[in-house]
Design a protein around this ligand. Structure first.
Ligand SMILES: [Zn+2]
Length: 289
């Protein structure tokens, strides 16, 4: 079927499907010039003072969401009550759903990469402009959708705040399976607000077909900790054909001249060395005599 698309990990001789390089067969927009994800080269980012901290309204609201294996990922619908503003966004945006992208048993799996580093998993909280009521309408507006992206890092201890999600995964291993989760809030899934002032910003697209280019992307620098055991549970999920749902990320796409901006707090990795040298000079450490 022409609208069928799959990740590279799903392609076999027995099951030939439209892998990311062929997603334009599923939807022509996937061959566009402003596609996501991208690799963020931190030394090429431009500091933008308009990228002030976000305001998160009702992010602490507790809700009982339904988590679903949609055949490509796990997705949770969010009541349209949580609203983001500030952060250099042109409008306020309300949360619609969140989903994740991951690798194989805790291996590389994020969609965006930072200076070439691929993290084990990436969370996308999808928002639409406040006055819209459905995502399809919002996607017709070039600034209709704002996605907040968060990276994960492997921690030694389990992140208990993720128990409702991790526990539910065991019940939705097959495609279209869904279950009501224990109550959660968006706040409990992301780093503390004081660690969310450092982020990157660029204009891009959905990372799955239709690949619509109407997304304002924000990638936060501060990662979410999750233990290796917790990450491994995601690899127990199955694609429609019963194969392990792993490698659910699109490869990075060309920038095609786009500028990536960073908020005041975001670090440029290349300048860290310079900073150390500057501090050492200031302290007189570089000239021991
Ligand atoms: Zn996504």
């Amino acid at each position: 079927h022409v609208s069928d698309w799959c990740y590279q990990s799903q392609f076999t001789c027995d099951h030939q499907c439209n892998v990311p390089d062929k997603w334009n067969h599923a939807n022509g927009d996937c061959a566009g010039s402003y596609q996501s994800p991208i690799n963020i080269v931190t030394r090429k980012t431009l500091k933008d003072d308009r990228l002030i901290p976000f305001q998160f309204d009702n992010y602490q609201e507790i809700f009982r969401g339904t988590i679903k294996n949609n055949g490509h990922s796990v997705q949770v619908g969010v009541p349209h009550l949580s609203i983001i503003s500030g952060g250099g966004l042109p409008n306020s945006y309300k949360a619609v759903q969140f989903h994740l992208h991951w690798g194989n048993n805790g291996g590389p799996g994020s969609e965006h990469t930072i200076d070439g580093e691929q993290y084990p998993m990436e969370l996308h909280i999808v928002h639409m402009k406040h006055h819209y009521t459905d995502l399809t309408t919002a996607l017709a507006d070039p600034e209709g959708v704002a996605v907040l992206g968060f990276f994960y890092e492997i921690s030694n201890s389990a992140n208990k705040k993720y128990d409702p999600i991790i526990n539910a995964l065991r019940s939705i291993k097959t495609k279209n399976a869904n279950i009501s989760m224990s109550p959660i809030s968006l706040t409990q899934l992301i780093p503390n607000e004081q660690n969310l002032t450092s982020f990157y910003r660029y204009k891009g697209s959905l990372t799955t077909p239709g690949c619509t280019e109407s997304v304002i992307w924000t990638l936060f620098e501060s990662p979410i900790p999750l233990s290796k055991d917790q990450l491994r549970v995601f690899s127990e999920l199955k694609f429609h054909d019963g194969k392990a749902m792993v490698g659910t990320f699109r490869p990075v796409q060309p920038l095609n001249g786009r500028q990536v901006y960073r908020s005041g707090g975001a670090a440029i990795l290349a300048s860290a060395t310079f900073l150390v040298a500057a501090v050492a000079t200031a302290l007189g450490l570089s000239q021991p005599n």
